[in-house]
Design a protein around this ligand. Sequence first.
Ligand code: DON
Length: 304
Amino acid sequence: MQTLLNNIAAEMARVTERGHVADYIPQLAHVSAARFGMAVALPDGQVFTAGDANEPFSIQSISKVFALTLALGKRGDALWQYVGREPSGDPFNSIVQLEHESGKPRNPFINAGAIAVVDAIMMGHEPKEVLAEMLNFVRYLANDASICFDHEVAASELEHKHRNASLAHFMKAFGRLKHDVDKVIGTYFHQCALAMSCVQLAQSGLFLVSDGVNQATDSRVVSAQRARRINSLMMMCGHYDGSGEFAYRVGLPGKSGVGGGILAIAPGKASIAVWSPGLDRIGNSLLGTRALEMLVQETGWSVF
Ligand code: DON
């Protein structure tokens, strides 16, 4: 495994077309497209790494997996009154389907859906309390108490909030959000501004590898059925309108973020995190996808 990761990192270092770093959140635009990291965490607790695997980066939409897990724990199947579970086929920040579908977002991973999930988690609590709960949950999942929010990234996104604020107000107009719009999106921006390294991220995904149990820490996080369902949502919706392409090329449940990270789950085998900040035109990591494609080709870990 270590040799394979070294080979992938060496191959990625040679690539010159590395995609475009997200700049609609100005704080993310400072990150160099030359960075590359990868970590593979096995259920027995072993972690293999290559490149900048210990460098924290903005996990952005990958956080939506953790928020969904938390929301299902609080709401159970009632969560599906807030948000659907169908692929959208539209960009992550699209508003168009909301108008025809009475303000109910298609799935928990598009921005509108993730904002609705935050509303479902809040249950009358203040943003600070909700964020403390999210942070504790992610630290527990990754078994690492050093994970923090990057407040500069959150502030940068808040300053350029108009697109997400529009989605939230639109849903509020349909009576979909119970809480104050500013509080919901403020919480959502901080959630997205979680900073984690590939190692931390790979470790946080271990519960999805082994039917809801993190075997490395011997803790059951969710039921086996729930783990399978979260994986299916990642497979169908985790890369937005690029989800079909990701399933075709990589064949694993995966969740991307505009910080250039991808968390991919090989059920029964490994939790994999990769980071390369340059994005494709859809907003998914260009080299991250390519690296996962190489890994799966060599290991045969595709679920298909
Ligand atoms: O709301 C946003 O636009 C960002 N905080 C998250 C978007 C994102 O990561 C999309 N991923 N590829």
